[in-house]
Design a protein around this ligand. Structure first.
Ligand SMILES: [Mn+2]
Length: 318
C-alpha cells in the first residue's frame, strides 16, 4: 500500500464527521474531487457523516448543491481540503475551526496548511490522486457515480490528456475509471459541447484579441462589456482557453474589470502558457496556480502593464 493511502485511511477511520472543502471559483477538478470523495466515503463508510461545503453555487445539473452545516459540525470534524494549494483560497474559511485538516492536492505545496499534506504535483488532476488512493485501498470500492465525478476532474484538468502533467499514470487511472461502466461519450458532450451563447462569446474574444509580437495574446473585458454580454468576471475569464491552440501564442490571458471597495477599477485575470511557467509571475499579483495555468486578482492599471511586460520577459521577446 502507498504511504499516502495509509495516512488517508488512518484519518478516515479515526473520524466520524468529515467535512470536505474546495477552492473558490471551483473548476471541474475541484467539484469532481469534492463530490467524488464524498460519494466514495458514503459508498464505503455509510455510518459516517459527510458534508461537502462551499458558498459558490454551480448551475451545472450534474454538480450537487453544497451541504449547509453549523460551525459546531465543522469544529468536531476532520476537514479534508481538495485541489486547493493555499488556505486563503478555500471557499468557506470556517475550515480553520476544524479539529484536524487533511490537505489532498496536486498544486505546488507552498502552503502546508494541513495537519498532513498529501500532495503529488505529478498528478494531472486532484481526482487522479484521489482515484489512485481509492484504487490502492480496494479497486472495488470505487463505484460508478464516484468514477464519473473523478473522471470529469481528470479530463478537464488534463485538457483531455494534453497537458505536460499527463503521464502513463494519468491514462492508467483514466482507464480504471472508464472500467466502471461510465458513459464516456456522454461525459464528453456534457463537459465540452458549448451552447450557442458561449459560441457567440468566443466570437467576441476573437474579435477583441490583442496580440504582442505574435506571441502574447490577451483580452480585457470592461465592466460595460460584461454587462452588455450578461457576463460575470468568472464566466469571462473562463473564455481564456479560446486562445489556447494557436501555434504562435506562448502566453495568453483574459482580464476583466471589477470595482473594489474604494470604487476603483481593478482587474482579475486568468493566464495560460504553453511552455514557460507563469505561476511565479502570478504569485506577484495576488495569484498563483499551476506552471501553465494561473490566476491573478486585484491588479491596478499599472500592474496590468507590468504583468504584460513580465510575460514578454518570460518569453524573451523584448
Ligand atoms: Mn486541479
Amino acid at each position: 500500500m502507498l504511504e499516502f493511502t495509509n495516512v488517508f485511511k488512518k484519518y478516515i477511520e479515526e473520524n466520524d464527521i468529515i467535512t470536505i472543502f474546495r477552492h473558490v471559483h471551483p473548476d471541474m477538478d475541484a467539484y469532481g474531487s469534492q463530490f467524488g470523495l464524498k460519494t466514495w466515503l458514503m459508498d464505503n463508510y455509510p455510518n459516517k457523516q459527510i458534508y461537502a461545503l462551499g458558498n459558490e453555487i454551480s448551475d451545472v445539473y450534474f454538480i450537487p448543491q453544497s451541504d449547509i452545516v453549523e460551525d459546531d459540525v465543522i469544529r468536531n470534524s476532520l476537514a479534508i481540503a481538495v485541489d486547493c494549494g493555499n488556505l486563503d483560497r478555500i471557499d468557506d474559511q470556517r475550515i480553520k475551526l476544524a479539529n484536524k485538516i487533511l490537505k489532498i492536492d496536486h498544486h505546488p505545496n507552498v502552503d502546508e496548511y494541513g495537519d498532513d499534506n498529501l500532495v503529488d504535483i505529478t498528478c494531472a488532476s486532484c481526482t487522479q490522486l484521489l482515484a489512485t488512493i481509492f484504487k490502492d485501498i480496494d479497486p472495488d470500492s470505487v463505484l460508478k457515480t464516484c468514477s464519473e465525478y473523478l473522471y470529469r476532474g481528470l479530463l478537464t484538468d488534463s485538457l483531455c490528456y494534453k497537458t505536460s502533467s499527463t503521464s502513463a499514470k494519468t491514462l492508467e487511472i483514466g482507464s480504471f475509471l472508464a472500467s466502471k461502466n461510465i458513459d464516456i461519450r456522454k461525459i464528453n458532450l456534457e463537459l465540452f459541447d458549448v451552447d450557442l451563447k458561449t459560441f457567440n462569446l468566443q466570437t467576441i474574444v476573437r474579435n477583441k484579441i490583442n496580440i504582442i509580437n505574435d506571441h502574447i495574446a490577451y483580452v480585457i473585458f470592461t465592466l460595460k462589456e460584461l454587462e452588455e454580454h450578461h457576463l460575470n468576471g468568472k464566466k469571462a475569464r473562463e473564455l481564456v482557453n479560446e486562445m489556447g491552440n494557436i501555434k504562435e501564442f506562448g502566453i495568453w490571458a483574459i482580464f476583466n474589470e471589477r470595482i473594489d471597495a474604494n470604487n476603483n477599477i481593478i482587474y482579475d485575470g486568468s493566464i495560460r502558457s504553453k511552455y514557460v511557467p507563469i505561476n511565479q509571475i502570478a504569485s506577484r499579483y495576488n495569484g498563483g496556480g499551476h506552471p501553465n495555468a494561473s490566476g491573478v486578482k486585484g491588479l491596478s492599471k499599472i500592474d496590468l502593464e507590468n504583468i504584460l511586460n513580465d510575460f514578454e520577459n518570460a518569453l524573451n521577446i523584448k
